[in-house]
Design a protein around this ligand. Structure first.
Ligand code: IPM
Ligand code: MG
Length: 360
């Protein structure tokens, strides 16, 4: 198969971790007879430096012409980087929001799985970690507060900031359908996370999701308030299969879920539209504090490449090969600094990539 991929390495640790994911993809190509054609594009701070714009329209057009996008991370230190002196719509994050919107990537899949080998890296009580967990956070990605009208202005002499949270029933239905479809391939349970005791938007989410649930009689469906969900994630994460939720709740809960897997460096993600096109990126950020030191964990990005093979190219066997290779290096005891126990030997970012590539 010939796979055309836009590669956006981005800022911070992005270039380091994406290079390792490409190394692993190339190993897959060699073993299974596929060709991965990469075109490297700029987004985020590096694009600001070159074009004065975090994402140019030309870059969007090239990305659209590919089968998939493999992304590292964007952004820098918000306290010290000159990028954050720019107006908000010219900062690195604006590029990320723009590419999600322009490519219609409304469904963000963030799997959180506790590898048995990493139980000790899990910050939860041993009795909770012992039971393990395997959930899929389905975050709506192109609506809600992140895309609503916003402004800051003086009203009656008082500075006032406004952000608006809007969802229509179609935006809710299409992600709910995806959530239930994915649940059918997993343990057949969907938890809708919302704030329906306060927000109108959440009440619409409940109404629409309940309608969708009727088409999936085999799937157990429940609702949970977001504050309770935040507690349940640390108390009993094993109860969750598919967690379906709106944009901001998903942003927050997916970071929480990643932390209980041991490290945010383990959490992959896929952002999908109605077609096979997808953007694949680690859930973690650009980690400017450790950038350029070759100590970042590339596993989240490597697992994101596996998701790309599975969801965009329907290459399940090849995706399994990557996931098994990751399991293998962990079983064999290789750890990057973020998941190593005190005193345990550590491998660098590029070594971890090579170890996984060798096990394909
Ligand atoms: C994420 C990130 C982004 C988001 C930021 C960088 C805009 O936190 O992908 O979770 O909030 O969506
Ligand atoms: Mg986030």
């Amino acid at each position: 198969m010939n796979c055309n991929i836009a590669v956006i390495k981005g800022d911070g640790i992005g270039p380091e971790v994406v290079t390792e994911a490409m190394k692993v993809l190339d190993a897959v190509g060699k073993k299974f007879g596929h060709t991965f054609n990469y075109e490297q594009l700029l987004m985020g701070g590096c694009s600001i430096d070159k074009y004065g714009d975090p994402l140019t329209d030309e870059t969007v057009a090239i990305a659209k012409s590919k089968d998939a996008v493999l992304l590292g991370s964007i952004g820098g230190n918000t306290q010290t980087s000159p990028w954050y002196k720019l107006p908000p719509n010219k900062r690195p994050e604006a590029g990320l929001l723009k590419i999600r919107k322009e490519l219609g990537l409304f469904a963000n899949l963030r799997p959180a799985y506790l590898y048995p080998e990493l139980k000790e890296a899990c910050p939860l009580k041993e009795s909770v970690a012992e039971r393990g967990f395997d959930m899929m956070i389905m975050r709506e990605l192109t609506g809600g507060l992140y895309f609503g009208e916003r402004y800051t202005k003086e009203i009656d002499g008082v500075m006032t900031a406004v952000d608006t949270l809007t969802y229509n029933e179609n935006e809710i239905r299409r992600i709910a359908v995806k959530g239930f479809d994915i649940a059918m391939k997993r343990r057949k349970k969907v938890t809708l996370v919302d704030k329906a005791n306060v927000l109108d938007s959440s009440r619409l989410w409940r109404k629409v999701t309940e309608e969708v649930a009727k088409d999936y009689p085999e799937v157990e469906y429940e609702t949970m308030l977001v504050d309770n969900a935040a507690m349940q994630l640390v108390k009993d994460p094993a109860q969750f299969d598919v967690m379906l939720t709106e944009n901001m709740f998903g942003d927050i809960l997916s970071d929480e879920a990643s932390m209980i897997t041991g490290s945010i460096g383990m959490l992959s993600s896929a952002s999908l539209n109605e077609t096979k096109f997808g953007l694949y990126e680690p859930s973690g950020g650009s980690a400017p504090d450790i950038a350029g030191q070759n100590i970042a964990n590339p596993i989240a990005t490597i697992l994101s490449a596996a998701m790309m093979l599975r969801y965009t190219f329907d290459l399940d066997k090849e995706a399994d090969a990557i996931e098994n290779a990751v399991k293998k290096v962990l079983e064999e005891g290789y750890r990057t600094i973020d998941i190593a126990k005190p005193g345990e030997p550590q491998v660098k970012c590029d070594e971890m990539g090579s170890l996984i590539a060798e096990r394909i």
